[in-house]
Design a protein. Structure first.
Length: 234
């Protein structure tokens, strides 16, 4: 399991500082002659109402104190916290609030880049990592909506049948390669992390092209077609 401090040392050789507040991490680093805000999670943190609210609060603080500063989101989450307390308190609403704060940051001119450096699962990844303008992952990262054995239990589809489906449809399969082919990731970082981050900072994205990438790579064959058809019909 990668450590956030070690990853930041590779991302920001010019210097950084990183603090922990429970399972939340935050700080700043220097890359491409600019200061970058850092926000994220560690220890495969499950995101419940407390962590989601803390992340949203820190994000609003960045918006207020560091106008239009690029934000790097370091993702390491096993998904939403599965607890009765958090569900009763409306965890989905807290995750939605976190997503809205990212959208506010975008509207206010903050370029947002996410990097999965360990694990990214389900709703935790949707709210924390996939809200970025650009989404990346380290080559060893683990990304999934649901583990196949769990998917088999829920859908009652035999595990061997799901494994066979994964060979022809990346939508069913976990892993960085599948998410790349679906267009969910802009790229995979393996070496020279500082150079990769600098390239992303120097080429900000202004459009959501995930469906288009998924179509080009063969991982999502219909999404881009449906989107374009709807736009033409308006």
């Amino acid at each position: 399991m990668a450590d956030a401090q070690i990853i930041c040392a590779e991302l920001f050789p010019a210097g950084f500082h990183l603090e922990n507040a429970g399972e939340m991490i935050y700080g700043e680093g220097v890359c491409a002659n600019q200061t970058v805000s850092i926000l994220g999670t560690r220890n495969s943190a499950p995101i419940g109402v407390d962590l989601a609210f803390a992340l949203a609060g820190k994000l609003l603080e960045i918006i207020k104190k560091s106008p239009q500063q690029a934000i790097l989101v370091l993702v390491d989450t096993q998904g939403q916290l599965l607890s009765r307390r958090d569900e009763l308190l409306g965890n989905a609403g807290y995750l939605a609030h976190l997503s809205k704060c990212f959208e506010l940051a975008r509207i206010q001119g903050h370029p947002i880049i996410s990097l999965v450096y360990n694990e990214a699962v389900s709703g935790g990844y949707l709210a924390l990592g996939m809200m970025a303008d650009q989404s990346y992952a380290l080559s060893h990262a683990q990304i999934r909506v649901m583990a196949l054995p769990a998917m088999s239990r829920i859908t009652l589809i035999p595990l061997d049948q799901l494994e066979e489906l994964c060979k022809s449809s990346p939508i069913f399969g976990p892993g960085v390669a599948n998410y790349l082919s679906m267009g969910a990731l802009d790229g995979v970082w393996e070496k020279n992390l500082a150079n990769s981050l600098e390239l992303a900072l120097n080429h900000p994205q202004t459009e959501d092209r995930r469906a288009e990438r998924g179509s080009q790579l063969g991982g999502r064959t219909k999404a881009d077609f449906v989107i374009r058809t709807i736009k033409k019909a308006k």
